[in-house]
Unconditional design. Structure first.
Length: 75
């Protein structure tokens, strides 16, 4: 099987983190993007940093980028 690059937005959330684990088990390279906006909306109880750290420790092919596309000006 050819390894692919998989882009997952919201990679630290419930569905995104499951997708990260699934594609990691398949041997693909995962690029995860998440800005942890849940922390802004729901406070400390919504913080997904714990899940991001779990993914970093439990996956082999995952790279995380803290990006907020909402702050990038349109061109």
């Amino acid at each position: 099987m050819k390894r692919k690059y998989i882009l997952i937005t919201g990679s630290s959330g419930l569905i995104g983190s499951e997708a990260v684990e699934y594609f990691d088990r398949q041997g693909h390279h995962i690029v995860g993007i998440d800005n942890n906006m849940r922390r802004e909306f729901f406070g400390p109880a919504g913080d997904t940093a714990w899940n991001l750290e779990r993914l970093k420790c439990s996956t082999q092919n995952f790279r995380h980028y803290a990006v907020d596309f909402g702050t990038v000006p349109a061109s």
